[in-house]
Design a protein around this ligand. Structure first.
Ligand code: RB5
Length: 144
């Protein structure tokens, strides 16, 4: 069973809970790395935790959420081996898998409505990497 690590700060907590329930209902195993309330916390801590879970193989892929998705995606992308894509549309979700083989998806809890966020999650989970010329580029990313 594919395991998804999921993490957020307080700005993404509400959406994280919605996404967590959705992916669990779809049959994925979920590792919730926090945060566990709307009390203010620091998004770099949670982006790093999720990125490391994916990079070290504890999870197959990850989902991170903060207010905009920006800060926590920056944090996740600091972890070597992570390719985190912040998506605000279904098309971006498909393309970040097809072209970037994103192993972490970032969402904005204050900027993307829950219904759209779940469509983005599904599109990202259900789309395959195209490989070919894109693999040369993702290999370049992984060497950075
Ligand atoms: C927290 O207030 C907010 O700055 C954070 O959730 C995120 O949007 C940062 O990029």
């Amino acid at each position: 069973m594919m395991k998804i690590a999921i993490a957020s700060d307080h700005g993404g907590f509400e959406l994280k809970e919605i996404v967590k329930k959705h992916v669990a209902e779809r049959g994925f195993e979920v590792a919730d790395l926090g945060t566990n309330s709307e009390e203010s916390v620091d998004y770099p801590v949670y982006g790093k935790a999720c990125g490391e879970a994916v990079a070290n193989g504890d999870a197959d892929c990850g989902i991170v959420v903060c207010g905009t998705g920006i800060g926590i995606s920056i944090a996740a992308n600091k972890v070597k081996g992570v390719r985190c894509g912040l998506c605000t549309s279904v098309e971006m979700a498909q393309l970040t898998k097809q072209h970037n083989n994103a192993n972490v998806l970032a969402l904005g809890g204050r900027t993307t409505a829950p219904e759209l966020a779940l469509q983005i999650v599904d599109a990202w989970l259900d789309t395959d990497f195209e490989g070919g010329r894109h693999e040369r580029r993702t290999n370049m990313l992984d060497e950075m």
